[in-house]
Design a protein around this ligand. Structure first.
Ligand code: ZN
Length: 309
């Protein structure tokens, strides 16, 4: 078992594989690189954002980060444009990278991509209702759920606010997943960032469903936009009370360089969980569930047992 710098083994379930082509496609879909830079600096904890160079070795860059902090494995959101590059990286470093395929249900090849994700041994698919304008219960998404079930893939979803300024919050309510979760009892759904602002709705889903899970990823700065005060500790306390330790999955939402792996997210969240758990009689095993075993149960990934160089 690989021990992380906070003293327990850690698997990061939520990060982004930002190759040169991914960044280029983001730039093409937004007004300009300067707009992105501006939004990144005003809405995130990133001081700078580096456009990947032509010869940049993204696999080596990530593995150095994982090894530096003793992170066993990391789950990457992968776009179609960087899929091949991701496969090569995974082959070079077995057991360190989990694959989560970004799927836009409106695209002609959406089903084919879900099949390909299964064939390529990916662990999950990721849907972005607010970025791609659909309700998670829309008819168009149902064949995607059917195929994800066939391929044994976890379904991750981003609801709520997002760094992209064009996100449509009309599609951002996590309650949208209640009906699909009911219609697909054997499929598991994981909501990113505790619902990114729709925290109350996510907690209600813990009561109403059995196959919906929460990921903790990112700085959870959405708490600033709620009409009441919350802290990271309070978020974990509420999430634990509503969902229990089996339904919380750790993630950092690491994405760009030079920032790399967001160690501060791990440190802050581990401190929050450690302070609550003894208070509410949760065991070290429950902490291990949040930081490692829940995601492995949900996505059947086999992580490396030692550091690969
Ligand atoms: Zn993310």
């Amino acid at each position: 078992m690989i021990e992380s710098c906070v003293g327990i083994p850690v698997i990061d379930a939520h990060a982004h594989f930002m190759t040169r082509s991914t960044v280029q496609s983001i730039v093409e879909n937004s007004q300009s690189i300067s707009k992105i830079r501006e939004r990144v600096s005003s809405h995130t904890d990133m001081k700078e954002f580096q456009m990947p160079g032509k010869d940049w070795d993204i696999g080596e860059a990530w593995i150095k980060e994982l090894n530096k902090y003793g992170i066993t494995a990391i789950g990457m959101m992968v776009g179609e444009e960087s899929w091949e590059e991701f496969n090569q990286v995974r082959k070079r470093y077995p057991g360190r990278f989990m694959g989560n395929a970004n799927i836009n249900p409106a695209k002609d090849n959406a089903i084919e991509l879900v099949k390909r994700a299964g064939r390529d041994n990916f662990q999950a698919i990721k849907l972005y209702p607010t970025s791609w304008d659909f309700h998670a219960y829309d008819e168009i998404v149902y064949p995607i759920y059917e195929e994800a079930l066939k391929q044994g893939l976890l379904v991750m979803l981003h609801f709520g606010i997002t760094i992209g300024s064009t996100a449509n919050l009309r599609y951002g309510n996590p309650l949208d997943i209640q009906k699909p979760a009911h219609d697909f009892p054997d499929l598991n759904f994981m909501i990113a960032h505790f619902g990114a602002g729709f925290f109350r709705e996510v907690l209600l889903l813990m009561y109403q469903t059995e196959n919906v899970f929460m990921d903790t990823s990112g700085s959870n700065s959405w708490m600033k936009y709620l009409p009441y005060d919350l802290s990271l500790t309070k978020i974990f306390e509420k999430a634990l009370k509503a969902g229990g330790p089996n339904r919380i999955v750790f993630g950092t939402d690491s994405s760009f360089f030079p920032r790399g792996f967001r160690i501060n997210i791990l440190e802050d969240q581990y401190a929050a969980v450690s302070s609550i758990c003894p208070q509410f009689c949760y065991s070290p095993d429950d902490v291990d569930k949040i930081f490692r075993t829940n995601i492995l149960r949900l996505n059947k990934f086999e992580p490396a047992s030692e550091i690969s160089k």
